[in-house]
Ligand binder design. Structure first.
Ligand code: NAP
Length: 262
C-alpha cells in the first residue's frame, strides 16, 4: 500500500535533484540516512511497514527544509508481488530515479542450543528475498538507463558463520554475494553498486545484545554510507575499523573459530 504525503518540487535543468528510494527507512540506520540524504538535497521515497514512524520522519524532514523532500509509502518487503507496480508509482511521483537503497533487515535472537525454522524463514524473506524483489527491477531499469546507484545494507555478520545467529549470518552472506554479482553485471553499464557492512550500530536491532564491541551511532553509520555513495565506492565498513577486525576474524582457522561463543 502506498501513501504519498505531499507533492515534491519539480527538478529543472537549472535545479537538478537526485531522487532516491530508501527501503527500511522508519528507524535506526535507515531513518538517519533519510535525514542525511535530505540534508544533501535528495528527494527521497521512504518505505517501511510502520506508517506512524514514516509520517513523523517525513514531516520532520520537510519542516526542516521548508519544502517537500520526502514522501512515504507503507510497504512490507515480504509482499513481493506488489513491488513492480509500487516501483512504477514511486518513479512517477519522484519524476525519475537515481539511487536505490535496500536497508530493510531483521535479526532474531535464537538461543545457542535452539533451532527455529519459522524465524529463519522470516529472516531470509526480509533480508534476502525482499531485497531481490526490489533489486531485480531496479537493476533492469538502471542497466537500460546506463546510470544509477544501488546500495545494499548487508553486515559484517555475513563474513563468517557464527554460533549466535546462523540464519542472520547466512542471509547477509547471501546478500553480500548477490550484490557482488550485481556489481559485476552492472559496472559495465556505468551503474555503481555499493555493499555496506556495518559492525554494531546503536539501533533497536541490537538493543538487547550484551557486550557489543565498538558500537557507533546510526548518524555516524549514515555519514559513512553517504560518503561512500558520494565516492561511488564498491564496499564500505562502518565504522572503518571493522575492515581490519574482519580481516583478522576471516582468517581465524575453523578449529579455533568453532570454539568461540559469539
Ligand atoms: N544495528 C546493527 O548493529 C547492524 C549491524 C549490521 C547490519 N545492520 C543492518 O542494518 C539495517 C538496518 O537495521 P537497523 O540496525 O537500523 O535496525 P532497525 O532500526 O530495526 O531498522 C530496520 C528497518 O528495516 C525495516 N523492515 C524490517 N522488516 C521489514 C519488512 N517486512 N518490510 C519493510 N521494512 C522492514 C524496518 O521498518 P518497519 O519495522 O517499520 O517495517 C526498519 O525501518 C538492517 O539491514 C540490519 O541488518 C544493522
Amino acid at each position: 500500500m502506498a501513501k504519498p504525503e505531499n507533492k515534491l518540487s519539480t527538478a529543472t535543468p537549472l535545479t537538478p535533484k537526485k531522487r532516491a528510494i530508501l527501503v527500511g527507512a522508519s528507524s535506526g540506520i535507515g531513518a538517519a540516512l533519510a535525514q542525511r540524504l535530505a540534508d544533501e538535497g535528495y528527494q527521497i521515497a521512504l518505505l517501511a511497514r510502520r506508517g506512524k514512524m514514516l509520517e513523523k520522519l517525513t514531516n520532520e524532514i520537510n519542516q526542516k527544509h521548508g519544502e517537500t523532500r520526502a514522501v512515504y509509502y507503507i510497504h512490507d518487503v515480504t509482499d513481493h508481488e506488489s513491488v513492480p507496480e509500487l516501483l512504477k508509482k514511486i518513479i512517477a511521483d519522484l519524476g525519475g530515479l537515481d539511487t536505490f537503497i535496500y536497508n530493510a533487515g531483521i535479526s532474531f535472537m535464537v538461543g545457542l542450543k535452539k533451532y527455529d525454522f519459522e524465524k529463519d524463514h522470516q529472516t531470509f524473506d526480509v533480508n534476502v528475498t525482499g531485497a531481490l524483489a526490489w533489486f531485480n527491477p531496479v537493476a533492469e531499469l538502471f542497466q537500460s538507463l546506463k546510470s544509477g546507484q544501488i546500495v545494499g545494507v548487508s553486515s559484517v555478520a555475513g563474513e563468517r558463520g557464527r554460533v549466535g545467529n546462523p540464519s542472520y549470518n547466512a542471509s547477509k552472506a547471501a546478500l553480500t554475494c548477490y550484490l557482488e554479482a550485481l556489481r559485476n553485471r552492472l559496472t559495465r553499464y556505468g551503474v555503481n553498486v555499493l555493499t555496506v557492512k556495518p559492525g554494531p550500530v546503536e539501533t533497536d536491532m541490537i538493543k538487547d545484545a550484551k557486550g557489543v564491541l565498538f558500537p557507533i551511532s546510526a548518524e555516524q553509520a549514515a555519514g559513512d554510507i553517504f560518503n561512500a555513495m558520494r565516492k561511488r565506492k564498491q564496499e564500505v565498513y562502518t565504522s572503518a575499523r571493522w575492515r581490519w577486525i574482519m580481516l583478522v576474524l576471516r582468517n581465524i582457522p575453523s578449529i579455533i573459530f568453532r570454539k568461540m561463543t559469539f
